[in-house]
Design a protein around this ligand. Sequence first.
Ligand SMILES: Nc1ncnc2c1ncn2[C@@H]1O[C@H](COP(=O)(O)OP(=O)(O)OP(=O)(O)O)[C@@H](O)[C@H]1O
Length: 243
Amino acid sequence: MSKLSLRGVVKRFGDSTVCDGIDLDVEEGQMVCLIGASGAGKSTLLRCINLLEAVEDGEIFLDGEDIAVPGLNPQGVRARIGMVFQSFNLFPHMTALENAMLAPRRVHGRSRADLVGEVEELFTRFGLADRMHNYPDQLSGGQQQRVAIIRALAMRPEVMLFDEITSALDPQLVGEVLDVLLMLKQQGMTMVLATHEMGFARQAADKVCFLKDGKIIEEGPPEALFDAPQREETKAFLARALK
Ligand SMILES: Nc1ncnc2c1ncn2[C@@H]1O[C@H](COP(=O)(O)OP(=O)(O)OP(=O)(O)O)[C@@H](O)[C@H]1O
């Protein structure tokens, strides 16, 4: 079975069905990009995978175990599935290093001494060794977002979810954050991204899923989806997005 498998996932807000029977398979080490117009349901789908939203119906399998069952403690799942958001949400009164060590200390009960070498290594790997003792307001948006990624990685997740992580950045800072994703891919991380960065999806994704009105209406390898889309809706979206 795939690393992450969704079957018939349904999420409603009141009368509105935002995820409408989503099936999705993400293999170990794959990068899957979710694309689609604003409001298509990309963020909500990621939030369902991370149990930030309770689903109305369907199954979400992580390593073959259904994690969408009522009563399951979401904290345990969130320790295994990291998520990074558009807004960095770093604690302003803590240094970058302290921010990154907080969750493993609280959730896994690991000591500072046990963690520090490993987390410093992440800062080095992602080009922030000289910034780890800075506070968030001393860092650029791109650096803060890289710290947010390191913070999620410090939990040693099996899967990472990224929700429009470059949308709040100045254009010149987008590349440094996308480079981190490419490094993670090289290291074999399993990833699902909601993104408006079509160039990046085309270059880096193993699979691209086009969402419309809460459904994946077309999916495939990027060369197929971008160069030979089958559905009129996909063609129309890409014509607008790539203009
Ligand atoms: N908590 C909520 N309560 C009610 N409706 C919501 C809630 N969260 C999202 N929605 C609605 O669900 C729909 C899908 O939103 P979602 O943010 O998942 O789309 P998206 O594809 O990620 O869009 P974007 O690209 O703009 O981030 C939208 O119509 C949105 O208004």
